[in-house]
Design a protein. Structure first.
Lengths: 345, 1173
């Protein structure tokens, strides 16, 4: 790059000891390292597609089976639980005073082995909004000494100069609908322990951090917290604060630890408190069992089946193409620049 | 004329400086005026006047940076790149709430990238600094106040110091030679560090200073030119004891040259440190950028546009959504965002402002579309590539001990795209070691040997070289193998010439050869053998020839030349040397022979010599001319040898005039000296002419054949005569039988006629001719692909390069397969190069070895220097240096091709991987109401370019090979992939970009649909932000690395290491980062170990996504190989089928054991050499 002339003649001729400048031989420097060079011969192409198809289709079937084995009951209640008289102004209803209790029944059509997971599902709720996600403080949640560290939490940072614990919009908008289930007027207990991630309980939320000034200022967002329980035991909060990735999401509410049988009628006593009406969000109650793959979603199985079929189709297409229009491998007649080659390699 | 180029060596260097850096000062005839103001007080540096002048010290620094300015200056260099500025701005803005991610996570990769480049710069600079320190602290003896010599360091020298330099030491500064260990004040210097020439140069002191005794009390004043870069000129005057003495370059010893063959010299420091000529010369070569890199900039602009478009789209949506968050009557829509009490970034009441700020945020967020590490990766890759070029054993030349050298790493890939090669002839196509083969004396041609050109021509014509001749030349070689001498004629050798009718003329002829030169003899004391240090190989050949034939030149002093003539010694008093210059095209010496007669002995090009012959000296003119023509046709370089006797009176008058001219101190001194010389070089008597062969370099015809098979056009630009050039053209298969030859020439009568009529007619005539021929070639190209060779001479070239004719000339020339320009000057060479470069827009490569090629090398897209015999000037100006022309084949077809496809694929892949990544961010945005929340943890993102995807792409850029070196050479047509730029065409680039976008869509939509709201584990847990991020990110990392794996053609353990290693590093990172306390790791806390790794669905998604995203490319590629295979695909296949075909024969075992063994052995060797391709 720079001039080679300067430097005061350091290019002393190699003197008595004549060292050859011959580059040393090694497979590396001569770029002759042993290498495998895969070539896409017809055989390999067809084989690859075939194998992919043969692997993918059974996988798809397995996934589909797993998904089909899951029993899931989804019950949308956001409109149902508003009295017909208030349905043209549901926002006013939900923001109004008074108990918003709602009693509904759900029919179980297929047997559900315990544990039956209870979820609430919100739609059109942007827990992944940048303002929302950032509006929390992990340090504060962890240790009482950091409770004044609320700078990222505005506007839910403090009330009258006193810091809010837990601060921020995420905690402030805590989901506060409640469900209680009964079967044949017999209470079905909902186990709310262990619904959050272990690492969250143990490391993210402090055992000696207690809610302070939470939901005391106006306006009040979502649910309140029991100020005598440390945050690490407030599992509803922990679940809520593990923000969802997409605007439609479920969160674990609890587990019913008994089997439900086909034909059972379950009565749900709902406390419809949470305002999703102002942003046209749906609220759903979900009861679901799980398989080794998790909840019910046929998409994965279908996707595997589709990709597998495409691969088989391609394998057949290529096989036919090679038969119908064979090109001899390494045909030198193609070695000409008269054709314009191009495109993606 | 043939000798011009050789003899012109010294001059041509001058020329290259004068021609391309013309004197800006005009007509400064007076010392003391502007440009000539330097005053040196010799041996009196403490003189108050001298102190007042305050010239710079002798401290030299060649470093680019100093300790103080390293940081700011190198940073400045870094941020001259658009992309880097963008990232810097992003880094600054990331401290504001605008940033979608934390500031450290965006700063870290920028710092790593900038840091890596700065470290590279720093190391390079440190190396230079070490050299400087070493040079500055060298010791030299300086005459102290006490009158004795004391040692001091170089850097302490001052202007005016009197120094003593010993044998084999370097001169510490530019010195004025005062005296030396020789009485007559001469010394020899070697200027290898200046111009690479290894021969010794003679310098001599002024007579008045050469007395060594008076040196201690020497006081004088030098007034001379200001520091400048002209190595071969110096104008100054010495004021000594009230008199003025002119100074010339003959008295100047330049820094960095070395004292040789002389015990010591005394000198006065004239220029110090950075004022010295060598330092003034130290300018950086013009920086060149490859076409690919220029195109890459355009792609970066495209990416910036994509970035702006998607950021803008996002902002519009964000603005709309944000506006709707609060209705006019204050009702809140998404109340959980508290739109009533918010900052300007989310304020529905100021939605336009919010959208604008979001635009800035988005510009940062989608910044991953711009590959931050692209530049630094490319730089690293190119440096490594050039190491491979330097290390290639096949391009190492044993005899000169020179490997190939990539002097810049910027142009590696350009080597794979060369469309036209412009080559010098002498020293490039030929060896530049001259052999005296023939001569014509007094109208008789002597010399029986056959030249290579003749043999090649005969072979081409299908004639077997005559047995007899072949035997003869063989026996000669057995008898004597004297380098530079290949002459055999029974009438001349072994003293037989005495019996020839013209013995007297023959004697005179060889005497001229023995005396008329500037060579220096070097007698080996042990053996008594004499070798010669000559300025040009032609001269050496002459001196050797005369020695072999009985006129041995063995000693030279400043005033005499001594010969052994057959049996006795004669001493000629040397009066004057009228040196060679390319305008004079001749050199002469004036000597007084032992019989006390004055003789002017002269040799020169036929074009100038014949017109200077005396009336009575033209006896054999006709025959000699004929011989010269024949020699030229045989590819020989000819010089005309003449002499004349001068009478004393004429000499005295002339000498006075000549000396007058010599003592002038004006710029036009040279012209005056030439004019004076002109006056005595007349009325010459013709003796004959010499013919010297410049042998073709080994492998040149094959190399040219291969290159033209590769579709590379080759132009030869030479200073030779038309006939010589054409024959050389045939010899090196540049012109072939069956090729139509188009000759554009203006012979002398034409020129005379045309010059009278004026240029216009000439131009008109040429234009007419060229358009007609162009039309003819056009027609025949359509009808049958005939090959054309164009030969144009210098005079026509002058007209053809005229702006009016340029276009026609170029149009004609590019239709021809080979073009030869004869008798072209260095400037014309550069102009032709520029014409081709700008006119066709294709990549040009110039190759040359001499200083007269410098202009051409710098003008061309790539300059290749031959590090041969003719100095290092061309190498200094070149981008690549090779020792032999034939290495060009490997440099282009193998390294060029590889580097081109590596860089092309590498850049495409870079854009692909960043688009894949960047677009997943964009799709996610659409599901996060474009609020600017990235889908991934900040640190995942910042490590993407630096850790998880960087090494495989570097491995690709350094190691990938489509076919092995052997196959590259076997199928030269493969080279066209680069020339036609198929691997970096817009379709291909856009194809890769599209592939990236498709991949990102497959990754994103498959993932979010699979990981919808339902539980993703047996324990009923649902997917949250962190799990989705990790899953998608893993898919991206797997995806781009697997894409790399199926795109490359060459898998060694390195590729395996890097590709699978990168994926491994991602998981390692995930585990380590996830185990940090949650305040650091935030969303990544325990996410892999606790959450996603135990979930089978995560792995199933990964498998599905990676395979499906690779599917389009794979299917496309399979389809392409089937129906539109690329050239290298076929070669690879062919190679494979060959192997399959040959393999069974060994298995069959039908061959005898011995044969089979040999076969096996051969095959083993082969596979070792081909690295098992």
């Amino acid at each position: 790059m720079s001039s080679t002339v300067g430097g005061g003649g350091s290019a002393e001729p190699s003197g008595v000891k004549k060292t050859s400048k011959r580059p040393k031989y090694s497979k590396f420097t001569q770029q002759e390292l042993p290498a495998c060079k895969p070539i896409l011969t017809p055989r390999w192409v067809i084989l690859t597609f075939l194998v992919a198809g043969v692997v993918f289709i059974p996988l798809g079937v397995i996934c589909l089976f797993a998904s089909q084995g899951v029993v899931e009951i989804v019950y949308r209640y956001d409109t149902d639980c508003v009295p017909p008289s208030s349905r043209n102004n549901m926002v006013a209803y939900i923001q109004g005073e008074g108990d918003k209790i709602c009693n509904r029944t759900i029919a179980v059509t297929k047997p559900m082995k315990h544990p039956v997971y209870v979820y609430y599902q919100l739609e059109n709720f942007y827990q992944n909004h940048r303002r929302y996600v950032k509006s929390r403080n992990d340090a504060q949640l962890r240790s009482p000494s950091e409770e004044r560290d609320v700078k990222t939490c505005a506007p839910e940072d403090n009330v009258g100069g006193e810091p809010i614990v837990p601060c921020g919009l995420v905690a402030w908008s805590l989901f506060n609908d409640t469900y209680s289930f009964s079967r044949n007027s017999q209470q079905l207990p909902v186990n709310k322990k262990g619904i959050s991630w272990k690492s969250d309980r143990e490391n993210k939320f402090g055992k000696n951090v207690f809610p302070k000034n939470f939901q005391t200022g106006a306006p009040i967002g979502g649910g309140t917290l029991n100020i005598s329980k440390p945050l690490s035991e407030q599992e509803d909060l922990i679940v809520w604060m593990r923000t969802a990735a997409l605007p439609t999401f479920r969160k674990l509410y609890g587990k019913i630890e008994t089997d439900l049988h086909a034909g059972d009628t379950i009565t749900v006593l709902l406390q419809n408190n949470y305002n999703t009406y102002s942003f046209n969000g749906q609220k759903k109650l979900v009861l679901s069992t799980t398989s080794w793959l998790g909840g019910r979603n046929d998409f994965l199985g279908i996707a595997y089946l589709t990709v597998g079929s495409i691969c088989l189709f391609l394998a057949v297409t290529f096989a036919v193409l090679y038969l119908v229009k064979p090109r001899q491998l390494g045909d030198p007649s193609y070695l000409s620049w008269n054709r314009s080659a191009g495109g993606l390699q | 004329m043939a000798g011009e180029r050789r003899k012109g060596m010294k001059f041509s260097k001058l020329y290259s400086f004068k021609c391309f850096k013309p004197f800006s000062r005009e007509d400064h005839s007076q010392i003391g005026s502007r440009g000539y103001s330097r005053v040196v007080f010799c041996n009196d540096p403490d003189n108050p006047e001298a102190l007042q002048l305050n010239y710079r010290g002798n401290y030299v620094s060649t470093t680019k940076y100093t300790a103080a300015n390293f940081i700011p200056k190198s940073l400045f260099e870094q941020f001259r790149r658009v992309a880097n500025i963008y990232f810097l701005v992003v880094a600054f803005v990331s401290f504001s709430p605008l940033a979608p991610y934390t500031a450290p996570s965006v700063l870290a990769p920028l710092l790593i990238v900038i840091g890596a480049t700065m470290v590279k710069e720093g190391v390079e600079d440190l190396r230079r600094r070490k050299q400087d320190v070493e040079a500055n602290n060298r010791k030299v003896e300086v005459l102290g106040k006490t009158g004795t010599y004391v040692e001091t360091k170089w850097k302490n020298l001052r202007v005016g110091d009197l120094v003593k330099v010993h044998k084999d030491e370097y001169f510490p500064a530019d010195l004025l030679l005062l005296s030396s260990s020789y009485e007559d004040g001469i010394c020899y210097v070697e200027t290898m560090n200046l111009d690479g020439e290894t021969n010794l140069k003679l310098k001599h002191a002024l007579e008045i200073t050469s007395d060594e005794e008076s040196i201690k009390n020497f006081r004088a004043v030098i007034k001379c030119e200001d520091p400048n870069e002209h190595l071969y000129s110096f104008v100054g005057t010495l004021y000594f004891e009230g008199k003025q003495y002119p100074l010339s370059p003959q008295q100047i010893l330049l820094r960095d040259s070395k004292l040789k063959n002389t015990d010591y010299v005394h000198g006065v420091v004239v220029f110090t440190g950075h004022d010295t000529k060598v330092m003034q010369n130290a300018t950086d070569p013009p920086s060149k950028r490859s076409k690919i890199e220029k195109k890459m900039d355009q792609i970066i602009y495209i990416l910036f546009s994509i970035l702006i478009v998607i950021a803008f789209t996002g902002s519009v949506f964000f603005g709309i959504v944000t506006r709707r968050d609060m209705s006019d009557d204050g009702k809140l829509r998404r109340w959980y965002l508290r739109p009533d009490q918010t900052t300007v970034f989310y304020d529905p009441r100021r939605a336009v402002a919010a959208a604008f700020f979001h635009f800035l945020t988005a510009l940062m967020l989608y910044g991953y579309l711009i590959p931050i590490s692209l530049y630094v990766s490319i730089e690293v890759v190119k440096v490594l590539q050039s190491i491979f070029i330097n290390q290639d054993q096949e391009m190492y030349h044993e005899e000169t001990d020179r490997p190939a050298r990539a002097r810049t790493s910027n142009l590696n890939e350009e080597l794979g795209q060369v469309d036209t090669i412009l080559s010098d002839k002498t020293g490039t196509l030929t060896c530049n070691s001259m052999e005296f083969v023939k001569c014509s004396i007094a109208g008789t041609a002597y010399g029986r040997g056959m030249t290579e050109v003749e043999m090649a021509l005969r072979k081409k014509k299908g004639m077997v070289p005559q047995e007899e001749v072949g035997d003869d030349s063989l026996s000669i070689k057995e008898q004597k193998s004297v380098k530079g001498f290949n002459f055999w004629d029974e009438r001349i050798v072994d003293g037989q010439w005495i019996n020839q009718p013209n013995a007297e003329l023959i004697q005179k002829f060889f005497r001229v050869l023995a005396i008329c030169h500037t060579a220096i003899p070097d007698v080996n004391n042990d053996t008594g053998e004499i070798t010669y240090e000559a300025e040009s190989p032609d001269e050496a050949a002459f001196v050797i020839a005369s020695r072999e034939l009985g006129f041995e030149f063995f000693s030279r002093s400043q005033t005499s030349i001594s010969l052994h003539e057959i049996d006795h010694m004669t001493v000629y008093e040397l009066l004057h040397v009228l040196e060679f210059s390319s305008s004079r095209k001749r050199m002469s010496v004036i000597v007084r022979n032992p019989e006390n007669r004055l003789l002017l002995l002269s040799k020169g090009a036929d074009s100038v010599m014949f017109e200077r012959l005396a009336k009575h000296g033209r006896q054999n003119e006709r025959e000699t001319k004929e011989h010269i023509k024949k020699y030229a046709e045989a590819g020989l370089r000819t010089l005309v040898i003449t002499y004349r006797e001068i009478d004393e009176d004429e000499y005295r008058v002339w000498e006075e005039e000549f000396l007058n001219a010599k003592t002038l101190v004006t710029e036009d001194r040279d012209t005056l000296i030439d004019a004076a010389a002109d006056k005595i070089e007349k009325d010459l008597i013709l003796l004959g002419s010499t013919a010297v062969e410049d042998k073709l370099q080994k492998g040149v015809p094959d190399c040219i054949e291969k290159l033209s098979q590769a579709g590379v056009k080759i132009w030869v630009l030479t200073g030779d005569k038309t006939e010589t050039a054409i024959n050389i053209g045939y010899a090196c298969s540049l012109l072939r039988e069956g090729m139509k030859k188009i000759l554009i020439t203006l012979d002398s009568s034409d020129i005379e006629a045309l010059e009278k009529q004026g240029d216009k007619e000439a131009v008109a005539k040429l234009r007419e001719g060229m358009t007609q021929t162009a039309a003819v070639t056009d027609d025949s190209v359509k009808e049958n692909p005939e090959m054309f060779g164009l030969v144009i001479d210098g005079k026509s070239l002058t007209f053809a390069l005229d702006s009016k004719l340029e276009k026609e000339f170029l149009e004609l020339a590019i239709r021809c397969n080979s073009v030869i320009c004869c008798r072209s000057s260095p400037k014309q060479k550069a102009l032709v190069t520029r014409l081709v470069k700008n006119g066709t827009g294709r990549t040009t490569l110039a190759i040359g070895d001499g200083a007269n090629d410098v202009g051409m090398l710098q003008e061309a897209d790539i300059g290749v220097g031959i590090s041969g015999a003719e100095g290092m000037q061309a190498v200094m100006a070149s981008d690549f240096a090779i020792a032999q022309f034939r290495f060009l084949e490997r440099l282009l077809l193998v390294h060029g091709h590889w580097c081109y496809r590596r860089i092309a694929l590498m850049i495409c892949y870079f854009f692909y991987k960043n688009l894949t990544f960047g677009f997943t961010l964009f799709w996610y945005e659409a599901y996060a109401s474009f609020s600017g929340k990235p889908a991934y943890n900040d640190w995942y993102m910042s490590c993407y370019n630096v850790f998880f995807t960087s090494l495989p792409v570097i491995a690709l850029g350094v190691f990938d090979q489509d076919v092995s070196a052997r196959l590259c050479l076997k199928y030269p047509l493969l080279y066209q992939e680069g020339v036609q730029n198929v691997l970096f065409s817009w379709e291909r680039i856009l194809g890769w970009m599209l592939n990236g976008i498709i991949s990102s869509m497959i990754i994103f939509f498959l993932t979010i649909n699979t990981m919808a709201a339902q539980a993703f584990r047996k324990d009923g847990q649902v997917v949250d932000y962190s799990v989705l991020g990790v899953t998608m990110y893993s898919s991206v990392v797997w995806m781009v690395n697997c894409q790399m794996a199926i795109s490359i053609n060459y898998f060694t353990w390195i590729q395996h290491c890097f590709i699978w290693g990168s994926i491994g590093v991602w998981y390692l990172f995930l585990v380590v980062y996830g185990s940090l306390p949650p305040t650091f790791s935030t969303t990544a806390f325990q996410v892999f170990v606790e959450t996603s790794a135990p979930s089978p669905i995560c792995w199933l998604i990964l498998f599905l996504v990676v395979f499906s995203a690779l599917l389009p490319y794979f299917a496309y590629r399979a389809f392409q190989i089937k129906f539109r295979p690329m050239y290298h695909d076929i070669i690879v296949e062919q190679r494979r089928t060959e192997r399959i075909e040959t393999a069974p024969s060994a298995v069959l075992g039908e061959l005898p054991v011995q044969v089979e063994f040999t076969l096996h052995h051969l095959r083993a060797n082969l596979s070792r050499r081909d690295s098992w391709n």
